[in-house]
Design a binder for this molecule. Structure first.
Ligand SMILES: O=C(O)C(=O)C[C@]1(C(=O)O)C=C[C@@H](O)C=C1
Length: 362
């Protein structure tokens, strides 16, 4: 017993000494980050100091160096928070997201920008684009795709009219829970959730709550907010939203697919340099000619550029006209991508580079 106690205090002494070193090094790092800011120019706002390509590079080195026991996800999270605090020494970044507090979009904001950024909960995805365009938010984080449900059309359509650029992507594993006031499955007559979440949990709902009324609302956090008012209603939302709105968890992990993941885009007003492992998003409209799309895509294949994604949406330019959202590997300033864009020539009626940004980190 005495031995165990003394060995525990020995171990704690080691931990205390390591913490002291970590703290000292974090302070030293923060000092150097201030120095970087001085080099960039004093008195600028947070957005002028923010360098997503540098952050991605730093975090990739963290992953490369990681030998455990902490996972890459944990290590990246810790270093992201350190960088977030270093950057916020100047003035925190303002990041708009689909609110209210507790949404998966807010989790994506925290995963990408850390907790030192200032989160701005907004009423809709459209509002996130508007607030970024108006300069009220430095960046916005919007969902664009779910691994099981596909593309989020409202987000894609916003790029048809907005001038927003894409500055980053975030992948978030989405674990859905059923929450209610009393935490009981019996007696639930109505379930509130975002339409996407109802889709993600369709099988679970059919088996466990057959015939129950499902009501789609603007966000999962809004669903949780509504479920606070009565015992016979429940909400599908993340763990955080359930906690924020004082609900009890009836069941967790109720998503039909175990790998349920949502991809978010970071939107902003400018383009950033290459990070070394980037993706480029293009918005292309083609002329109504035989083989037009083929001629748009051929140069990518010829220059060995991977096509990650292609999605078509009705264009606003006229009936039966389509806009193609195309994601390719690489940065817009890379030689092969420049050459492919040039060769695409007249095959495309319009080409807009939505952004080149670092591929999502763990
Ligand atoms: O290297 C820079 O440009 C910095 O400003 C430093 C730093 C960091 O803490 O590492 C901070 C903020 C930037 O977004 C990128 C990196």
């Amino acid at each position: 017993m005495t031995d165990k106690k003394s060995s525990l205090s020995d171990v704690r002494e080691r931990i205390d000494s390591i913490d002291q070193q970590i703290q000292q090094l974090i302070s030293e790092r923060a000092g150097w980050a201030q120095e970087v800011a001085r080099v960039k120019g004093e008195g600028l706002s947070a957005i002028d100091y923010y360098r997503p390509e540098r952050e991605a590079h730093v975090l990739r080195m963290v992953v490369d160096r990681n030998n455990g026991p902490l996972t890459d996800v944990e290590m990246v999270r810790l270093f992201r928070e350190i960088m977030s605090s270093c950057l916020a020494q100047e003035d925190p970044l303002k990041v708009g997201f689909l609110g209210p507090e507790g949404t998966f979009s807010e989790q994506a904001v925290r995963k990408h920008f850390g907790h030192a950024a200032y989160g701005l909960p907004l009423g809709s995805i459209e509002e996130v684009f508007q607030e970024v365009a108006a300069g009220h938010a430095d960046f916005g984080v919007v969902p664009v795709e779910n691994s099981g449900q596909g593309m989020i059309q409202v987000t894609l359509d916003m790029f048809l009219t907005s001038k927003a650029t894409i500055c980053g992507e975030v992948e978030l594993r989405v674990h859905q829970c059923l929450h209610s006031l009393n935490g009981k499955l019996e007696g639930i007559k109505r379930v509130y959730a975002h339409a996407q979440s109802l889709q993600q949990c369709k099988t679970w709902l059919r088996i466990n709550l057959p015939g129950v009324e499902c009501v789609a609302v603007s966000s999962n956090a809004e669903a949780a907010r509504l479920a606070r008012h009565a015992d016979d209603v429940a909400a599908i939302a993340g763990e955080t939203a359930g906690r924020v709105y004082g609900l009890k968890t009836v069941a967790n992990g109720i998503e039909d697919r175990a790998d349920n993941t949502t991809r978010f885009l970071v939107i902003g007003r400018s383009l950033f340099p290459a990070s070394g492992n980037d993706r480029t998003s293009l918005l292309i409209t083609v002329n109504d000619k035989p083989g037009a799309l083929y001629h748009v895509l051929k140069p990518f294949a010829e220059h060995g550029i991977s096509l990650n994604r292609i999605e078509s949406r009705p264009a606003h330019s006229g009936k039966w006209q389509y806009a193609f959202f195309i994601d390719v590997s690489g940065h817009i300033n890379d030689g092969p991508l420049q050459a492919a864009m040039k060769e695409m020539g007249d095959a495309a009626a319009q080409v807009r580079v939505l952004g080149s940004y670092p591929v999502a980190l763990p």
